[in-house]
Ligand binder design. Structure first.
Ligand code: ATP
Ligand code: MG
Length: 215
């Protein structure tokens, strides 16, 4: 076994938060690209509890979103899944996610919070925004249709956020749900196991056309 140096370099932990309803290849590519670029030892996917920004629509049960995340990440030895957000009662706030992971993983861990361009733009509306940048380094990844420039970051603390262009994958969970409801394919937008899990559990059933779409 490798001898551990008395003072090893900090463990570099990526944190990918999301509703993952369902998880798709956009999430997985973003995590993989950031892991490679920033030399991360691990990326932990953290499905949210009650997404407070998404109260206007029905979100799938936490357990289904958790299991889909496990299925999608199982084949990658550097990917893992955490229950901290779904097991914490009440709304999910990223500041709590980062505090919990820090407490769980110990002081010798550097956190890299991975977020899509759309989520990064809302960052200052998040509770505890001031503390967020002390807890983690932020990596914003490009997302088709969401322009993001250094200028958008000018109000954020210097050096606290990096931008990374990832190969454009115009995939969203919203589109995947709409496709399932319309009985259109989601093959290759999500991992095969997710196609099968959604079918098996009957997630995203067709809805009456009078019910407004949940964009
Ligand atoms: P929804 O359409 O329900 O909002 P989503 O596709 O945006 O779903 P989320 O679970 O909301 O997925 O996203 C989790 C994180 O992944 C967010 O930071 C989001 O910006 C990022 N993300 C989602 N899809 C992509 C993509 N195609 N490319 C890059 N980042 C993405
Ligand atoms: Mg989203």
């Amino acid at each position: 076994a490798l001898a551990r140096a008395g003072r090893s370099r900090p463990y570099r932990l990526g944190v990918m938060g999301g509703t993952f309803d369902p998880i798709h290849h956009g999430h997985l590519v973003a995590a993989s690209e950031v892991a490679a670029k920033f030399g991360l030892d691990e990326v932990v996917f953290v499905p949210t509890g009650v997404p407070w920004q998404k109260r206007d629509r029905d979100v799938s049960m936490a357990e289904d979103r958790y299991l889909m995340t496990v299925i999608a990440t199982a084949s990658n030895p550097r990917f893992s899944v955490s229950r901290v957000d779904i097991d914490r009662p009440g709304d999910t706030y990223t500041v709590d996610t980062l505090r919990d992971l820090r407490a769980e993983r110990g002081e010798n861990t550097e956190l890299f919070f991975i977020t899509g361009a759309d989520a990064l733009r809302q960052i200052l509306t998040w509770r505890g925004a001031e503390e967020l940048f002390d807890l983690a380094h932020f990596v914003g990844v490009t997302r088709p249709g969401v322009p993001l420039t250094e200028n958008d970051l000018s109000h954020l603390p210097e050096g606290s956020v990096d931008l990374l262009e990832v190969p454009a994958l115009a995939i969203s969970s919203t589109d995947c749900r709409d496709r399932v409801r319309a009985q259109q394919p989601i093959w290759y937008l999500v991992p095969d196991g997710i196609v099968q899990y959604i079918a098996k559990r009957g997630l995203y059933p067709a809805i009456d056309s009078k019910v407004p779409h949940d964009r």
